[in-house]
Design a protein around this ligand. Structure first.
Ligand code: NAP
Length: 243
């Protein structure tokens, strides 16, 4: 029970990696506030998990909704120990063909959403004497990927935010780290053409796609006291793809 007594928020917890993390964190003793766009998806996660998973419809681009939900959580649980900024979307295309709406949409969710959620919990974490924030980057935020100029910009931006917040918040005992997944088997990669996935697998020393649980376990390490002297890091969880 590595998260006994901890209160965690996980965004994008209705599917994929966020769902696996909500189930794992609850099994490890945390009270998990699972945020996503659809209540039915969140209720299914809460029903599947063992332990306490509380569903909230929260869009990470909606600042009033975030503020209201954080206040509600503080009203019941009095503190927030962990924030996992996991929600993310793609709207792929080559720069030359990308419309402005696809750029704005991805920036708003993947980058501004992280800013919105970090800002909303920071005061509570300071008042509680510390916390752990985990931001979800990607291997493509480090190395780039053709057709993902918007997405890779957000995932690189998340790394900059992680390092800056580590430096800003360290004295308040708030640790901030990022996880950079490789190719993980979720709805997001279901959209990737078969031949691209085959190419990625050929470049991955471990010769498989990651599972949502592979990433959830990395989140768990960074959320727990086992990583108490780890901050400002980008943990690649990619089967060796980034080598
Ligand atoms: P996923 O299966 O598509 O799940 C993402 C969840 O986030 C969905 O439930 C989605 O809801 C929700 N969401 C979307 N927009 C949101 C918003 N504005 N506010 C709150 N929730 C929102 O994706 P995933 O593969 O688990 O990805 C999780 C994170 O890992 C993302 O940040 C992604 O960029 C990152 N990542 C994934 C991979 C990969 O290979 N899968 C690799 C590197 C990084 P809807 O379904 O209703 O839209």
């Amino acid at each position: 029970m590595r998260l006994n007594g901890k209160v965690a928020i996980i965004t994008g917890a209705g599917a994929g990696i966020g769902k696996a993390a909500a189930i794992l964190f609850a099994a490890e003793g945390a009270t998990v506030h699972a945020w996503d766009l659809k209540m039915e998806a969140l209720q299914a996660v809460a029903a599947e998990g063992k332990g306490k998973i509380v569903p909230h419809v929260v869009d990470v681009t909606n600042r009033p909704q975030i503020k209201e939900t954080v206040e509600k959580i503080l009203g019941t649980d009095k503190k927030i120990d962990i924030l996992v900024n996991n929600a993310g979307i793609t709207a792929d295309g080559l720069l030359i063909k990308m419309d402005e709406a696809a750029w704005d949409r991805v920036i708003n969710v993947n980058l501004k959403g992280v800013f919105n959620c970090c800002q909303a919990v920071m005061r509570a974490m300071i008042d509680n004497g510390g916390g752990s924030i985990i931001n979800t980057s990607s291997v493509v935020g480090v190395y780039g990927n053709p057709g993902q100029v918007n997405y890779s910009a957000t995932k690189a931006g998340v790394i900059g935010m992680t390092k800056t917040l580590c430096k800003e918040m360290g004295k308040k005992k708030i640790r901030v780290n990022a996880v950079a997944p490789g190719f993980i088997s979720t709805d997001m990669t279901a959209k990737v053409p078969e031949k691209v996935l085959t190419m990625m697998l050929e470049k991955t020393p471990l010769q498989r796609l990651g599972s949502p649980e592979d990433i959830a376990r990395a989140y768990l390490f960074l959320a727990s006291d086992e990583s108490s002297f780890v901050s400002g890091q980008v943990l690649g969880v990619d089967g060796g793809l980034s080598l």
